[in-house]
Design a protein around this ligand. Structure first.
Ligand code: C2E
Ligand code: MG
Ligand code: MG
Length: 713
C-alpha cells in the first residue's frame, strides 16, 4: 500500500440518493470508488471480488442486521476496513458493530471532512503505510501486568502509551490522542510507527530494537510526529522498559523479550502551553531535550540533601567527546547536531529512568546516578558508557566514530556541595583526557594529590627559564659516508633544584599541555642558535655543524613562530643554513593547510625543516611531496627492529627510498649497534644519530669533538 495510492472505497447503502451524496463527498479527495452496493448480499460479493480498502457501510439496510454484516465482512474479507454509519442514535447497535470488528462508527449526517478524516485514519493514510494486525487483547498474567503498569501511567499529563514489541499500541492516554489528534481507536488500529514521521522511523526502530534485544533499558529521541491534519510536530520521545531497582527489566515473555515498552512524548513546539514551554526551555537543552546544567545541579542538590540521611552513594559522571573539534570540522554543524542528539539517545539508553542525563553544552554531558550500592557500580556504568559510545553512529547516511572520556566523582562520607562534586568529576575527566581519552577516571584523594603536584610542577617550570635551570645538550649526527659530524640535535634538560636533572619525558609533555613549551622552546632555540654561532667562530672547520632544534606541535602552530626564528637568527648572527627545525609528522598532519604556509615561510628564511619520528605518524607521501622539507628522521623504533626481524628491513628500505624520491636527506635515529649501522649503510641511509656514536653531550664536549675532527667508521 503506497501512501500516494488512492484509498479504494466500496459504498453500501440502500438509498441511491445517499450513495450519490457519499460519492460526491469522496470525489477528488484521494479516494477511488470501486463499487456501490444496495443490500447485504451485494456488499459481501463486491467486498470479496473488488478488494476495497474500506467499506462505508450503512448499518440500517432493510432486512439486514448491520452489526452481523460487519462481522461477516470481516470474516470473508479480513483485509477490508469497515466504517459504519448509523442513522439513529442507537448506542447498542454501534457498540455491537465496533465489537464485531468495525473500525469506526459515525453518524450518518457526519460532517464530510470528519468522514474523510476517519476513512484516512482507518486506512492508515493519514499515518502513511501501515500493515499491522488489528488490536488484540492480552491474556492472563500479561494482562494483569499491563493493568498494573498502566495504572501508574494513565493519568500522566504527558502523552503516554504502552506499546507492544510489534509496535502495537496497548494503552494510550488522553494526552496522546490530543497531541496527535487521532481518536484512541484509530491509534490502536494504526500502531506507534504510524504516528512517527517517515524520515524518523528508521532511527526509532533501531533504538527500539536495542530495548528488545536487551542492549538497553531506555532511550530518548527527538523526533517528528504526524498529526491528523498532516502537520509534523517536533516531540521529545522518552522510551523505557519498566525495571527493578537494580535496573533489570520487568515484564519479560517466555523468550526473555520485553512485553511492553513505555513511551512518552513531550511536545516541543514553539508556544505550546506557554508556561510549561518557558519553564521547560529554562531547564532543558533545546537540541537534545535533556535537562541543562541548572536542572542537573538542582537534582544533584536534592540528591545530596536526601543522602544526608541515607547510607547510599550517589555518583556524578561528566562525559566529554574526544577530539570533538576535529569531528565538527570534518562533518559540519548539521551532522554534529544530529550526532549530539544520537549521543544523548545512546546515553539515555544505557542509563536507568531514575538517572539524570544532562547536556551542559557543546559535547559535554553529565550523568547523575542518585542511588548506587557500591563504588564498583559507578565504574561499571562508566565502562558501559565508554563502550556504548564507541559503537559508530549512523548520521545522515555516514558513519561517525567517536570516543568519550569520562570523569567520575562519588559522594563520600563527607557532606559535599553539588558544585564541588561536579568540579571533582571535571578534574577526573581532565585526567582521562590527558591519558589520551576513550577512558574513564575516578576522582579520589590520590587524584587530588596529583592535581596539587601538577600545579606545583607548573609553577616550578614557569620559573625554570628565568631561574636559569634549563640546559641544552647536543647529540651528534654523523654522515655514514665519511663518518663526519655533520650536525647536532639540541635536547633540553631541566636541572631542578633538589630533584637533579630531569629528562624531557618528565616535563616536555606537561609543558606542551600547559603551553609552557612556548617560552621553554624559545629558550632552546635561542640557546641552539648562540651555540651554532660560537662553533662557527671557534671551530677550525670550514663547515660548522647544523644545529637541530625540536619544535613541539604547539610551538609549530604558534602564530609568532616565524618572528621568533628570525629574531633568534638575527640576535646571534647565525647563518640560517646552519639551523634545522625538527617537526613531528603529527604536527604537520594536524592542520595541513597552515602547516604548508608555515613551512614556506621558514623556507623563505633559509632554515631547514626535518620530519621527526617519521613512520609513527600518519603523513602520506602525497601530503609530504609539496612541502619544502630537507630531511626525514626515521623513528628509532624502526631502527631497533633492524636487529630483530629481517622483514622490518623492507620497511626501513621503503622509508629511505621514499625520502630520496622526495629529494630529502634521511637520518636514522637511535642507532645503537654496529649491525643496525651496517644495514642502514647498505640501505643507503645518509646520516645517523644514536648512542653508538655519542650520547647527548654538553656544548663544550661537542666543541672538543669538532676540534679533533672526530671521525666514526
Ligand atoms: P627526539 O626529538 O626524537 O629526540 C631523540 C631522543 O632520542 C632524545 O631523547 C635522545 O636522547 C634519544 N636518543 C638518541 N640516541 C638514542 C639511542 O641510541 N637510543 C635511545 N634509546 N635513545 C636515543 P631525549 O633527549 O630524552 O628527548 C626526548 C624527546 O623530547 C625528543 O625526542 C623530543 O621530542 C623532545 N625534546 C627534547 N628536547 C626538546 C626541546 O628542546 N623542545 C621540544 N619541543 N622538544 C624536545
Ligand atoms: Mg628530535
Ligand atoms: Mg625523534
Amino acid at each position: 500500500m503506497l501512501p500516494s495510492a488512492p484509498i479504494r472505497v466500496l459504498i453500501a447503502d440502500d438509498i441511491p440518493e445517499l450513495r450519490t451524496l457519499l460519492r460526491t463527498t469522496l470525489q477528488g479527495r484521494g479516494f477511488e470508488l470501486v463499487g456501490e452496493a444496495g443490500d447485504g448480499r451485494e456488499t459481501l460479493t463486491l467486498a470479496v471480488d473488488r478488494e476495497p480498502d474500506v467499506v462505508v457501510l450503512d448499518l440500517g439496510m432493510p432486512g439486514v442486521d448491520g452489526p452481523d454484516l460487519v462481522a461477516e465482512l470481516r470474516r470473508r474479507a479480513p483485509a477490508v476496513r469497515v466504517v459504519a454509519l448509523s442513522a439513529f442514535p442507537a448506542p447498542e447497535t454501534r457498540r455491537r458493530a465496533l465489537d464485531l470488528g468495525a473500525h469506526a462508527c459515525l453518524d450518518k449526517d457526519v460532517d464530510p471532512d470528519q468522514l474523510v478524516a476517519t476513512l484516512r485514519e482507518v486506512c492508515g493514510r493519514a499515518f502513511g503505510p501501515v500493515a499491522l494486525p488489528p488490536p488484540r487483547g492480552l491474556e492472563g498474567l500479561a494482562a494483569d501486568e499491563l493493568e498494573r503498569l498502566w495504572s501508574t501511567l494513565a493519568a500522566a499529563p504527558v502523552a503516554t502509551a504502552v506499546v507492544g514489541p510489534d509496535g502495537r499500541f496497548l494503552r494510550i492516554n488522553a494526552a496522546l490522542s490530543a497531541l496527535v489528534g487521532h481518536p484512541e481507536a484509530a491509534l490502536l488500529a494504526a500502531g506507534y510507527q504510524a504516528v512517527v514521521h517517515p524520515e524518523d522511523r528508521d532511527t526509532d526502530i533501531e533504538q527500539l530494537q536495542r530495548l528488545l534485544t536487551g542492549e538497553a533499558t531506555g532511550f530518548q529521541l527527538q523526533q517528528r510526529c504526524r498529526r491528523v491534519d498532516g502537520q509534523a510536530i517536533s516531540v521529545l520521545c522518552n522510551t523505557w522498559l519498566a525495571t527493578t531497582q537494580r535496573g533489570d527489566p520487568l515484564h519479560l515473555d517466555g523468550q526473555g523479550r520485553p512485553r511492553f515498552v513505555v513511551r512518552q512524548l513531550v511536545d516541543l513546539r514553539e508556544g505550546r502551553r506557554p508556561e510549561d514551554q518557558l519553564a521547560w526551555r529554562a531547564t532543558h537543552d533545546a537540541l537534545t531535550g535533556l535537562p541543562n546544567r541548572s536542572l542537573f545541579l538542582d537534582r544533584l542538590e536534592m540528591t545530596l540533601a536526601r543522602l544526608g540521611r541515607d547510607p547510599a552513594l550517589a555518583d556524578v559522571l561528566v562525559v566529554d567527546l574526544d577530539r570533538f573539534k576535529e569531528v565538527a570540522e570534518r562533518f559540519g554543524d548539521d551532522a554534529v547536531d544530529r550526532l549530539l542528539v544520537a549521543v544523548a539517545g545512546r546515553l539515555r539508553s544505557i542509563l536507568r529512568p531514575s538517572d539524570t542525563v544532562s547536556r551542559f553544552g557543546s559535547d559535554e554531558f553529565a550523568v547523575l546516578c542518585p542511588d548506587l550500592a557500591h563504588e564498583r557500580d559507578a565504574v561499571r556504568l562508566a565502562e558501559r558508557m565508554t563502550a556504548g559510545l564507541a559503537t559508530p553512529f549512523a548520521v545522515g547516511g555516514q558513519e561517525i566514530v567517536v570516543s568519550a572520556s569520562i570523569g567520575i566523582a562519588l559522594t563520600g562520607s563527607r557532606t559535599r556541595r553539588a558544585e564541588s562534586l561536579l568540579s571533582d568529576a571535571d578534574t577526573a575527566l581532565q585526567r582521562a583526557k590527558h591519558r589520551g581519552g576513550g577512558i574513564y577516571e575516578l576522582f579520589d584523594e590520590t587524584v587530588r594529590a596529583q592535581l596539587i603536584e601538577r600545579l606545583e610542577l607548573e609553577q616550578a617550570l614557569r620559573q625554570a627559564v628565568d631561574a636559569d635551570e634549563l640546559r641544552a645538550l647536543y647529540q651528534p649526527i654523523v654522515s655514514l659516508k665519511e663518518g663526519r659530524l655533520v650536525g647536532v640535535e639540541a635536547l633540553v634538560r631541566w636541572d631542578q633544584p633538589g630533584r637533579g636533572q630531569l629528562l624531557p619525558a618528565e616535563f616536555v609533555p606537561f609543558a606542551e599541555e600547559t603551553g609552557l613549551i612556548v617560552p621553554l622552546g624559545a629558550w632552546v632555540l635561542a640557546e641552539g642558535c648562540r651555540q651554532a654561532a660560537r662553533w662557527r667562530a671557534n671551530g677550525p672547520r670550514t663547515l660548522p655543524p647544523t644545529v637541530h632544534v625540536n619544535l613541539s606541535p604547539r610551538q609549530f602552530a604558534e602564530p609568532h613562530l616565524i618572528d621568533l626564528v628570525a629574531g633568534a637568527l638575527a640576535d646571534t648572527g647565525t647563518d640560517p643554513d646552519r639551523l634545522c627545525l625538527e617537526v613531528t609528522e603529527r604536527a604537520l598532519a594536524a592542520n595541513p593547510a597552515s602547516a604548508a604556509t608555515t613551512l614556506k615561510r621558514l623556507s623563505a628564511l633559509g632554515v631547514h625543516v626535518s620530519v621527526d619520528d617519521f613512520g609513527t605518524g600518519y603523513s602520506s607521501l602525497a601530503s609530504l611531496q609539496y612541502l619544502p622539507l630537507s630531511s626525514l628522521k626515521i623513528d628509532r623504533s624502526f631502527v631497533a627492529r633492524l636487529d630483530l626481524d629481517p622483514s622490518d628491513d623492507a620497511m626501513v628500505a621503503a622509508v629511505i627510498g621514499l625520502g630520496h624520491t622526495l629529494g630529502l636527506t634521511v637520518i636514522a635515529e637511535g642507532v645503537e649497534t654496529s649491525r643496525q649501522l651496517a644495514k642502514l649503510d647498505q640501505l643507503g641511509c645518509d646520516y645517523a644519530q644514536g648512542y653508538l656514536f655519542a650520547r647527548p653531550e654538553t656544548a663544550s664536549r661537542v666543541g672538543e669533538l669538532l676540534g679533533h675532527d672526530r671521525r666514526w667508521q
